[in-house]
Design a protein around this ligand. Structure first.
Ligand SMILES: *[C@@H]1O[C@H](CO)[C@@H](O)[C@H](O)[C@H]1NC(C)=O
Ligand SMILES: *[C@@H]1O[C@H](CO)[C@@H](O)[C@H](O)[C@H]1NC(C)=O
Ligand SMILES: *[C@@H]1O[C@H](CO)[C@@H](O)[C@H](O)[C@H]1NC(C)=O
Ligand SMILES: *[C@@H]1O[C@H](CO)[C@@H](O)[C@H](O)[C@H]1NC(C)=O
Ligand SMILES: *[C@@H]1O[C@H](CO)[C@@H](O)[C@H](O)[C@H]1NC(C)=O
Ligand SMILES: *[C@@H]1O[C@H](CO)[C@@H](O)[C@H](O)[C@H]1NC(C)=O
Ligand SMILES: *[C@@H]1O[C@H](CO)[C@@H](O)[C@H](O)[C@H]1NC(C)=O
Length: 657
């Protein structure tokens, strides 16, 4: 906003008054600038790096969506596209999964990632949060913040701010040595993300963040914000002391978009911090595709104006495990975050990569040398799976501490379990000889519940979609409700996204009570070798709805000998399977849901495979496997399919043959 930018203008106006001769100013600068410096110059409407005007062309890569094993490969491909910089988000919930438990190891080793970027000759634009959106669970905020039920996230709420201060007190000191002026690659640090799109519009919150970032990072580093390219978004997103940048998509009016930035920053560099190379997907919706030509054309317009740009995403990567976010009305994002980006989910060079590289080559010299080739993929073929047992049969192993008893249901956060699955058990208070309505009158199943009575599956309840089913069973038998957290809302005012049964269930009109609630550590059990303890599964009982109780299956994938360079990357597909989760050697690859699409195959990076031993595969199928009617197998193929046209509207549970 003009109001805020006005006072920021003063110093450079004064500079011009003090140094009317440009030459004198230049001499002054040359003598005083340190060897490594990066700053905003309001006279040349540009950034200045080491005393010289500088324009960056950057690309987004989220280290949390690419295995560490492949960081170097992806960074090198980005460098070879002609990029000066990469942009990455820091997901707070990825690094502080439980209060005060910090993890920066392995795939979470942010400092190693920064070092690799520097080694590759790439600068870094760090988007430090605390909120990041990013189609990431809860926009990167840790779910444990919700332990204070009334917390106002992304505001001056004192508990929220205290947690942010503690986290930034861990993160930012680690980042300081990596700042450009300290010898590292980080030229700019983003504060918050698209705050102007959030309802709170709390300038005190942004001021607290500004103070905190300056306290830990010093006065030199360029701090900035990113908002939609409109007055409306910049109104609550921009703040004096934070350089306001905008984001916009290809195909629009570049002049108009940058005019919006000029509303907040009358002078200084033009910056599009998120120039969209593709778009996100949701389960049950068509795969997003944006033509390379559209992006190339607008990129050309942006660069022709001398503007700075970040291509979001340059490589999208994968939402491994449970990390995907969701939008409202509740629509979770799939496991693939391919984004139709210039580098595919698996890091493959695409037509779009070369089209954009060509545009970049019109504005700067492209680096010499070979572009790392697309990594080979291998079709290992079919792997037979065997049924191990149902979740209910394995309850002792999955929930070693046993159930928490409560009159009414508790949420995941109340149980201090933030991801995955929780089993809610009560007994039928009456005979339900006739089909009896089990319902969630307040739409409180977050997000999907697999219901069985005495081991007999009854159906599925789903947030915003299916709030009532009929069940049958005898009084006193177990009513088991396995609730899946399908990813927390990452955008808008619905971030306070509690999971589990967040309101009461009713049977006919009566509220169900006296619950036994089992927190489930499925990932722990898979890692402690669920395979080696075969249960004796009861004979499976089907019902007319064709659902089966949530069941574990295991199998082994042996990498063939005699073929050089194996293991290689692959994709796994699920012919005849419905919905579930898959682990390979204990690594949680993510959710599969071919019955809804559009994603049919999951990316399997080679680094989780071994060739010396058979690889252990665990599948948790939640609804219906092909095992009783067709082949009980999954298949490893060498091509992805994330663009099946499956629409939710066409979706029906597969019939039992
Ligand atoms: C980062 O790279 C630059 C060269 O681009 C080098 O001068 C600097 O020492 C590197 N920093 C680190 C921490 O490796
Ligand atoms: C783009 O926006 C500018 C500024 O609002 C306007 O002057 C121009 O006519 C627009 N161009 C097109 C093609 O709409
Ligand atoms: C349920 O039905 C059985 C007979 O099938 C009967 O013995 C029992 O008393 C009934 N229980 C309740 C709570 O109505
Ligand atoms: C539940 O059963 C009732 C009575 O049999 C029937 O009218 C209703 O359509 C059923 N609802 C569902 C969702 O199956
Ligand atoms: C369930 O209903 C009871 C009684 O009306 C109420 O006290 C309780 O807060 C409700 N629990 C949830 C989780 O909605
Ligand atoms: C697979 O599981 C078996 C035990 O069932 C274990 O001995 C083996 O090491 C596991 N393989 C891998 C690759 O982790
Ligand atoms: C999916 O992508 C493949 C490979 O790019 C393409 O051949 C196919 O036409 C696409 N299918 C749909 C339905 O978009």
């Amino acid at each position: 906003m003009g109001r805020l930018a006005e006072s920021r203008r003063l110093p450079s106006v004064m500079l011009r008054l003090l140094f009317p001769l440009a030459g004198l100013a230049a001499v002054f600068r040359a003598e005083t600038i340190p060897q490594r410096s990066f700053e905003i110059d309001y006279n040349c409407d540009c950034f200045v790096k080491d005393g010289r005007p500088f324009r960056y062309i950057s690309g987004s890569i989220h280290y949390s969506r690419v295995p560490r094993y492949y960081w170097k490969d992806r960074l090198l491909k980005m460098k070879m596209a002609g990029l000066d910089a990469i942009q990455t988000y820091v997901p707070w919930n990825y690094h502080e999964p439980q209060v005060d438990m910090y993890d920066f190891s392995g795939d979470k080793d942010l400092e190693y990632f920064l070092q690799l970027a520097n080694d590759t000759g790439l600068l870094v634009i760090l988007r430090a949060g605390p909120y990041i959106c990013a189609e990431w669970d809860m926009g990167g905020l840790p779910a444990w913040l919700l332990e204070k039920k009334s917390i106002v996230l992304r505001s001056s709420d004192s508990d929220y701010l205290a947690a942010v201060e503690k986290w930034m007190g861990v993160l930012l000191p680690k980042m300081r040595p990596h700042l450009y002026q300290n010898g590292g690659p980080i030229i700019m640090v983003q504060v918050e993300n698209e705050y102007g799109s959030y309802f709170a519009c709390d300038y005190d919150y942004l001021r607290s963040l500004l103070k905190l970032f300056r306290q830990y990072l010093g006065d030199e580093v360029v701090l900035f914000t990113t908002d939609g390219a409109s007055r409306f978004h910049l109104k609550c997103g921009a703040l004096q002391g934070l350089y306001a940048t905008v984001d916009f998509a290809p195909g629009g009016n570049v002049t108009a978009a940058f005019l919006a930035q000029r509303g907040s920053e009358p002078t200084g560099p033009l910056v599009n911090s998120e120039f969209y190379t593709g778009w996100l997907d949701h389960w049950g919706h068509r795969h997003s595709v944006v033509p390379a030509q559209t992006i190339a054309k607008t990129l050309n317009e942006i660069l022709a104006r001398g503007a700075n740009v970040n291509l979001y995403m340059f490589i999208g990567g994968t939402n491994f495990a449970y990390w995907n976010g969701a939008n409202m009305p509740y629509m979770p994002q799939p496991t693939s975050y391919d984004y139709d980006a210039p580098l595919s989910e698996a890091g493959d060079l695409t037509e779009k990569y070369f089209a954009l590289r060509e545009v970049i080559g019109m504005y700067k010299q492209l680096p010499e040398g070979l572009i790392p080739p697309t990594t080979p993929k291998f079709a290992y073929g079919k792997v037979c799976l065997q049924k191990v047992g149902t979740v209910v049969e394995a309850l002792d192993r999955l929930s070693p501490a046993g159930p928490v008893k409560s009159t009414y249901p508790l949420t995941f956060v109340q149980l201090k379990q933030y991801f995955g699955f929780v089993l809610y058990r009560t007994t039928l208070p009456k005979n339900c000889t006739e089909p009896t309505q089990l319902s969630s009158p307040l739409n409180g199943v977050h997000d999907r519940a697999y219901v069985s009575v005495d081991g007999v599956p009854q159906g599925v309840l789903e947030r915003d979609k299916s709030l009532m089913i009929n069940i049958t069973g005898k009084a006193g038998t177990n009513l088991d409700i396995l609730v899946e957290n399908m990813g927390r809302v990452n955008f808008g005012r619905y971030n306070n996204d509690f999971k589990g049964l967040v309101s009461n269930l009713t049977l006919d009109q009566d509220i169900l009570v006296e619950w036994e609630i089992y927190p489930l550590d499925i990932d722990g059990a898979v890692n402690h070798d669920i395979n080696s303890h075969l249960y004796r599964p009861k004979r499976s009982v089907g019902n007319p709805l064709s659902y089966e109780a949530p069941t574990f299956y295991t199998g082994r994938l042996s990498i063939p000998g005699g073929i050089p360079d194996l293991p290689q990357d692959t994709y796994v597909k699920f012919p005849g399977w419905t919905k579930g989760q898959i682990w390979i050697n204990g690594f949680n690859l993510g959710r599969y849901w071919p019955a809804r699409g559009p994603q049919l195959t999951l990316y399997v990076p080679r680094n989780i495979l071994v060739s010396s031993l058979p690889n252990n595969i665990t599948v948790l199928e939640l609804e219906h496997s092909p095992c009783s009617t067709q082949a009980c197998e999954i298949e490893f193929v060498d091509k992805p399919n994330i663009n099946a046209t499956t629409q939710y509207e066409n979706y029906a549970p597969p019939p039992l043959c």
